[in-house]
Design a protein around this ligand. Structure first.
Ligand code: T4K
Length: 380
């Protein structure tokens, strides 16, 4: 019997039966959206679960990012990373602002603070860092630089649901953080997202902007947008929250298995464990190094042939995408660290429900691709 296909991610879903009572309530009440009771309950429970002051739900992470930048009234340039999903930079452009791309750290996936500081000009109004794969940025340093140049900081924390450092949730840093609840994320509401605000006043402004800017029936003081999450998605979110311990523990098991299996393999580097008190095991990136007998792309396509559908998150770099062809950083060779990682990375399948048997198949196929007929284990 041929083996089943394995994808880079699969949404974890609550028991369908558990959704029925929520659907009955929604059908009875006929409140489907515009900040219904389940929406309010999910905002409250998420704030408690994540240990953050205020949550505003959104219909997706991209709109959350667009509104987060908008609410801060930014102008000019925003410094960001080329090593991310395209939504990060698009959100800057959708605000009529100019993204300025700087390199990532030599080791790791996140913005180099040194490069950020060098890129600050009198047109810079904000920094938009990404906690890539849920690896916390060098947050203390980012905040130091932002304060010394009077810049706002909006974190793209799309990958960082449930990640804590020693001081608590990493969503507490900066002026605002955003989350994505897309189907492929650790916590999903099919589509969805959120802005984390530090105080009630900021949340109020965020909530106005996500609802067209409407204050009341006759007053619309701001030019807002429709970024609302509906009641069915909120119900899914409430059910997902009850399962997060299980989700994290299943992801952890796969993460540890991969780490153990790949630790001594010649040809690939496994990134170090994130510097976090609580991790979320959201992605498992490996880097194909110069000792590999095959290239990253050869490995990627060989895995595909075997029915293992990995992703090259994040290749190409945002600055290499056609939609950025008029940007001064288009195909920039200056973004050396980002390019090196982007040319080497493959994210392996990692999700709750993958199971050790399928993870074992991912490992076996990867090792056989790397080794050909030869040995691929390090002897030290
Ligand atoms: N900032 C960052 C740093 C981000 O990574 C993202 C999104 C955002 C902002 C924006 O947040 P959202 O607006 O999306 O909330 C995926 C996701 O669409 C995207 O959310 C995510 N980042 C990005 C990294 O990955 P694709 O094009 O790789 O997804 P797709 O549809 O190919 O799915 C990957 C695999 O997942 C499939 O091979 C099968 C499986 N899958 C997918 C879906 C949608 C399922 O099994 N079921 C599903 O419903 O972009």
């Amino acid at each position: 019997m041929p083996s089943k296909d394995i994808y880079v991610s699969q949404p974890s879903l609550p028991d369908l039966q558990d959704l029925i009572p929520y659907l009955e309530k929604i059908w009875d009440r006929k409140i489907l959206t515009n900040g219904g009771p389940l929406h309010a309950e999910l905002e409250e429970r998420l704030a408690e679960h994540l240990g953050v002051p205020h949550v505003s739900l959104f219909s997706n992470g991209t709109l959350a990012l667009i509104v987060a930048l908008k609410v801060l009234g930014l102008s000019g340039e925003v410094i960001t990373t080329p090593y991310s999903f395209v939504a990060t930079a698009n959100s800057i452009l959708w605000n009529g602002l100019t993204p300025v791309f700087v390199d990532i750290e030599e080791e790791g996936f996140n913005l180099s603070v040194e490069a950020v500081e060098k890129a600050v000009t009198d047109r810079t109004s904000a920094i938009l860092p990404v906690h890539c794969y849920g690896y916390p940025c060098n947050n203390d340093e980012i905040i130091r630089v932002s304060k010394s140049h009077n810049l706002k900081v909006v974190y793209d924390a799309a990958h960082s649901f449930g990640v804590d450092d020693d001081g608590g949730s990493i969503l507490r840093y900066g002026d605002l953080s955003i989350l994505s609840f897309h189907a492929t994320k650790v916590f999903n509401t099919f589509e969805g997202g959120a802005i984390i605000s530090p105080d009630a006043e900021t949340k109020k402004r965020v909530d106005l902007l996500k609802n067209f800017g409407i204050e009341n029936e006759t007053s619309v003081p701001y030019c807002g947008i429709n970024g609302k999450l509906n009641e069915i998605q909120a119900a899914v979110g409430l059910l997902q929250l009850d399962r997060m311990d299980q989700v994290f523990s299943e992801r952890k098991e796969i993460d540890e298995f991969y780490r153990d299996q790949f630790e001594r393999v010649i040809g690939i580097d496994v990134p170090p464990i994130p510097n976090a008190r609580k991790r979320n095991y959201s992605y498992f990136p490996i880097l194909v190094n110069e000792f590999s007998k095959i290239s990253r792309d050869q490995l990627f396509y060989k895995l595909r042939e075997a029915g293992i559908f990995c992703r090259r998150y994040f290749h190409p770099l945002i600055t290499d995408l056609k939609s950025f062809e008029n940007h001064p950083d288009y195909r920039s060779e200056k973004l050396k660290n980002a390019r090196k990682v982007s040319d080497r990375v493959i994210c392996l399948p990692l999700y709750a429900g993958l199971g050790l048997a399928d993870a074992r198949r991912v490992v076996d196929v990867t090792l056989s691709c790397l080794s050909g007929s030869g040995m691929c284990l390090r002897t030290f």
